[in-house]
Design a binder for this molecule. Structure first.
Ligand SMILES: [Zn+2]
Ligand SMILES: [Zn+2]
Length: 388
């Protein structure tokens, strides 16, 4: 059966449960919380209820539903899995079985009819419009791309008991916390409604904004984009171009300085022995992807400038030589760095000094190759339109 046709063709009927929930919750969240605060004030516990519930449910979606269950980018303990299933359900974005099924289709069929939140159907549709329509596929078709999850008893338990878990963890728990101060309604509004709506829309931003605005440094093949400003709002999921290119990587912001709270959370799990086998893309592969994009952009510029065959050939030769040199220097540097890290403890002080010098030389060589590559790209940017 062609899964590609699943979301196209005849109009799907409206899913009234979803539609009412998506319209009523923002009203309760914004109007309800505003009037409650206006009449009864705000307590520190209500703000804490909101922040803690927001953090726990967000990380269960990004670190759990997304990076663990949908992409299997690391392994974690049963305790962490249970946490993800309970608080992930509290985000009210469906059971993980359905969520991951949709998400894997999104990656597999991105920007086509088989993509459940296909951005080419418009920003609003990708953001939340798609949730207003019933998924008319049968259970077998829906579970076809999640056979691993369908075999996981914990996942299937959450799928079966999804609604009771939602009621307890989304609404009863924050209400109970509010009860500590004798303000159950305040608890329900801050930790329940307001929090759910913000988790919803920050998750939805990834399907809308992260496919509309930002740079594409790693791949030009689809609409996924990296945006540093979206990352803090989404626990690090804003680096979406990297994520679509290297979806098995447990990081979305792969550089140490890129804001990726989910990556830090997974590292925290690793340090405490709760997560292991974190998948990382080898650095040379990341560099190669970037160079491919940069070469493609130069090629597009040459095509727009209607460059002659001679010019194409000359520039291609220079680009190939420059990128090959950069990749070789980078590979040597990465290897030397890994070797030093691996064996540093065994070495004598003299050997350590020798390796430090060797590493510094590799680093300098890599930096020089990078600088000359960048200079070459800057020169290409000056190719006049229409030159031959
Ligand atoms: Zn993904
Ligand atoms: Zn995407």
């Amino acid at each position: 059966m062609n899964a590609n046709a699943s979301f196209s063709g005849a109009r799907r009927p409206i899913d009234w449960v979803n539609a009412v929930f998506l319209v009523v919750t923002p009203l309760a969240a914004f109007v309800g919380t505003f009037f409650y605060a206006w009449n009864h004030g705000v307590t520190w516990l209500e703000v804490a209820n909101f922040i803690v519930m927001f953090a726990l449910t967000s990380v269960s979606v990004t670190g759990g539903y997304h990076r663990y269950y949908s992409h299997r980018s690391y392994d974690c303990s049963k305790a962490v899995q249970l946490f993800y299933l309970l608080f992930g359900a509290a985000a009210v974005e469906n059971s993980v079985l359905s969520w991951a099924g949709d998400h894997r289709s999104h990656h597999r069929f991105v920007d086509t009819a088989g993509d459940p939140y296909n951005i080419l159907r418009g920003g609003l549709y990708a953001h939340m419009g798609w949730i207003f329509f019933k998924d008319t596929r049968d259970a077998k078709t829906r579970e076809r791309n999640v056979p691993d999850l369908a075999k996981d008893p914990l996942v299937m338990w959450q799928h079966r008991w999804y609604l009771p878990i939602v009621i307890v963890f989304t609404f009863a728990l924050p209400t109970y916390i509010g009860l500590i101060q004798g303000r159950p309604v305040g608890g329900l509004l801050w930790g329940g409604f307001l929090r759910v709506v913000l988790v919803h829309h920050t998750t939805f931003f990834i399907n809308s904004l992260a496919h509309l605005y930002g740079a594409r440094p790693y791949s030009l093949k689809d609409t996924a984009r990296d945006s540093w400003w979206l990352a803090p709002l989404t626990f690090g999921e804003g680096y979406h171009n990297f994520h679509h290119k290297f979806q098995a990587d447990y990081r979305n912001g792969h550089r140490w300085w890129q804001f990726d709270a989910t990556k830090w959370w997974i590292n925290l799990l690793r340090w405490t022995g709760q997560a292991w086998r974190l998948k990382r893309t080898p650095e040379p592969l990341i560099l190669r992807a970037r160079l491919e994009v940069q070469k493609e952009l130069v090629a597009r510029r040459l095509a727009a400038a209607r460059a002659s065959d001679r010019m194409w050939e000359k520039i291609s030769r220079r680009l190939e030589a420059g990128s090959a040199r950069l990749q070789a220097a980078h590979e040597a540097y990465v290897q030397a760095r890994a070797e030093r890290r691996r064996r540093r403890e065994e070495w004598t002080a003299d050997l350590r000094r020798e390796w430090d010098t060797r590493l510094a030389a590799h680093r300098a060589d890599y930096k020089a190759a990078l600088e000359s590559w960048r200079a070459m790209l800057r020169a290409m940017e000056r190719i006049p339109q229409g030159s031959a």
